[in-house]
Design a protein around this ligand. Sequence first.
Ligand code: C2O
Ligand code: CU
Length: 484
Amino acid sequence: MSLIHPQVDRRGFVREIAAVGGAVLAGTALGSCGRADDAHHSHTLPVEPDLAVRGGTVARVPLNIPQTIAPSGVTLRAAPSPVEILTGKTTTAWTYNGLLPGPTLSARRGDRVTISYVNGLAEESITHWHGMLPDHANDGHPRQAVGPGGSYSYDFTIDQRAALNWYHPHPHMLTGGQVYRGLAGGFIVRDSFDTGAVGNPLGLPAGAYEVPLIIRDASFDSGGSLQFSNKSSGFFGNMPLVNGTANPFLDVDRAVYRFRVLNGCNARIWRLALSPAAPFILIGTDGGLLDRTYSLSEISLGPGERVDILVDFRSLGAGATAMLRCLNAGWDLLQFVGTGLAVLGTGLPGTLPPIDRLSAPVLTRRFTFDGMTRLNGKVYDMGAVEFQVPLGQVERWIFVTNGNGPHPVHVHGASFQVQQRTGGRARVFDWERGWKDTVVVNDKETVEVLVQFVAHTGLYVIHCHQLGHEDGGMMANFEVVAPT
Ligand code: C2O
Ligand code: CU
């Protein structure tokens, strides 16, 4: 069968790809299939009725790569603005600086971040830097929300590991709608171990070979308007967007690529895999690089979680294709199209730097995620402080569900290390190793983490990152206090 029809040059960049939806190549290593239209092994997967990408012809467009800016002396303005997501249609999204996703902020450990946030929305908002570890005043706590026309000045110095973090609104009860309508962007921190250091000591792919992928779902009406309802059961869009692009493709050279992947969905869990089957080389998670690589055939990623992966396209020939897919939804997410251009000097990293292990917790706290709106039995009370954590103390936090999972549990102000999962899937997955700030807890699961707040005293939150649950009140304030 033919996967690629001759490219139809529509407005210079749209190409026609036939019969992508539902069809996969099975059992071959990436690139060993040669040109896709020579592949012999194929079969058809069941196709969801609301699949945006159906069998037949799909017009693919180049993947958007958000512009990168240094978060120093910049203004981020949240406001409604017109964007083109569906070809030929205008969507009014809510964007940072007119872009969906917002610009990728990129800075080095030790850099000072100075950002003026301006609220150009018709409702209150504030911006949180998910995964960043600033003091309370710079964390975008719901208490700091500013009204329409208001602004908030952020000023902090980055002192944490290199990682892909992200930014998004965090006002009480309004986060889901604001993130869904487009307010989200990447925030990459680099350090002397990562790229951006002099000499790139680990030899990780950089420049055009390092690509952020913010993957989320959305639904549109026939006019191109975003459809949304802030159900506490969670909003599920009926098609994927990668960096705001519907049906994207990315031209890839014969090289190793580094993908910095964020699940930016309100509620959906991605189960990522490559087709034809080929491994992801996992090198990092939420809080940065792992201490070794893992070769994985699939990765599950809940809202707010990130992975840092390498994909080896060195044997992908000119015109050959591969697909990043979600096995849960049965969706094609991003098509890779080989250019055939061989790039010298790219490879897989050898040793990754070690990770300090947390150990010897002095205290255990238990958190139950109840129904769709409560944490430890209570709906979020923005004025309350539910518990206090001494700065520097290693604690064991246990996350338990009481139905209505999955609950992607997120903690502000610190990273944690997942120790074990009992019940349900009953194991810790490789993509949950290292430093994390978000971990998925399914029904009947108990997940245990070790956490230590090392940087700042002050007020932070723990909450469910299923944004319907978060907005419904599945969140609690706690205060990091000076050790006694
Ligand atoms: Cu990504 Cu408290 O949020
Ligand atoms: Cu939840």
